[in-house]
Design a protein. Structure first.
Length: 340
């Protein structure tokens, strides 16, 4: 049983704490939050202790630190935890910018501890099934991927920390698009260039976008079109993947996004309506528990400490390439992994 400290007792801290407690693989030992009443409330649910994050991450009775604060604080807290010899599961984005991510990955290598970025969308049921079908060649060679993802915010959204660049590192691309870019890497492969546009259509944010349109290209000339939005009238997550012999359509997530399902369509010999098979995965999103199980597996196998942290670093590089493209109105080349 792994003893865990949760840093940041907000939305994600609550989800992660519940997942860990339900998993049978760990328990919440300590909670920290800049707001002591929030730390105390979450700690109480798990009979855990609470305190400030510096004290909590250095406790002898803590094995793992789960970082669920606003992105601005990820780097400092993760570095402290790794230096204290803890394994770290850090929410996405790994940090606000690549220099911070690189420092975190280097610290994990130095301390020989696992650093994992929280990319739970990889573990969603429809994503896993799509990956299995793609790997089996079920739609033939893949031509392109098209993705739409977003919500419409809520009154006062411009006050939320995730719309403040100093706190989050960017806008809707950094906060939500990063999940979709991670999925492009998982489902299609590593992109080699990007063209992007950002726009602030509606929200009175100071310095960031509420919509982003990206086109990534892989070395095999496959395209991935991503539109992420904070002006989506109705919550939407839809990813379509088009191949020579068929298509995959992933829809839903949880809650207002609707349940996850996957449609697998196959070309008919006479090109009439494709044959469709639908996989329904119900209301329950098991991505959190699967991600936690993977993390525990990495720890118990003495797994490659850097790999999962490097996913966070690489995806942040792609986000920054897209932002650069939007600023400069040019295609931005993306070097192969390891040659940055
Ligand atoms: N994987 C996902 O799908 C997903 C979804 C939402 C958010 N996130 C990520 O999770 C992280 C947290 O987001 P959230 O939605 O839980 O935010 P939140 O605002 O609900 O919670 C953040 C908590 O951190 C606390 N906090 C702020 N500064 C702190 C500090 N210096 N030390 C300790 N505690 C501090 C706040 O008081 C708050 O309780 C972000 O990085 C966000 O991008 C991931």
């Amino acid at each position: 049983m792994i003893s865990v400290a949760i840093i940041g007792a907000g939305g994600m801290g609550t989800t992660r704490a519940r997942t860990i407690s339900d998993s049978g693989l760990g328990y919440v030992q300590a909670v920290a939050d800049i707001d002591p009443t929030k730390a105390q409330a979450l700690a109480k649910s798990y009979s855990a202790c609470f305190g400030n994050w510096r004290d909590v991450i250095s406790r002898q009775d803590v094995d793992v630190v789960v970082v669920c604060t606003p992105t601005k604080f990820h780097c400092e807290i993760a570095l402290g935890a790794l230096e204290a010899g803890k394994h770290v599961l850090c929410e996405k984005p790994l940090a606000r910018a690549t220099p911070e991510c690189s420092r975190m990955v280097a610290a994990a290598q130095r301390s020989r501890r696992v650093l994992k970025t929280g990319f739970n969308y990889r573990h969603m049921a429809h994503t896993r099934k799509a990956k299995e079908l793609l790997d089996a060649g079920s739609i033939g060679p893949v031509y392109f991927l098209r993705c739409r993802y977003g919500h419409g915010g809520r009154p006062g959204y411009e006050q939320h920390w995730c719309t403040d660049v100093d706190c989050s590192g960017g806008g809707v691309l950094q906060e939500q698009g990063i999940h979709m870019i991670d999925l492009v890497r998982v489902l299609l492969g590593e992109p080699s260039r990007v063209l992007a546009e950002t726009r602030r259509f509606f929200w009175p944010f100071q310095d960031t976008e509420d919509n982003c349109f990206c086109l990534f290209e892989t070395p095999a000339h496959q395209l991935a079109q991503i539109h992420v939005s904070w002006t989506q009238w109705r919550n939407l997550l839809e990813i379509e993947i088009f191949g020579r012999d068929g298509f995959l359509r992933l829809e839903g997530r949880d809650g207002h996004y609707g349940p996850q399902h996957l449609v697998w369509g196959r070309r008919q010999p006479n090109h009439s309506r494709p044959a469709e098979e639908v996989f329904d995965f119900g209301e329950h999103d098991d991505s959190w528990i699967r991600e936690w199980q993977e993390f525990v597996g990495l720890i118990s196998n003495g797994g490659n400490s850097a790999a999962a942290g490097e996913d966070g670093l690489r995806t942040q590089q792609l986000v920054e390439a897209a932002y650069r493209s939007a600023r400069e109105s040019v295609w931005v080349p993306i070097p192969p992994v390891g040659e940055e």
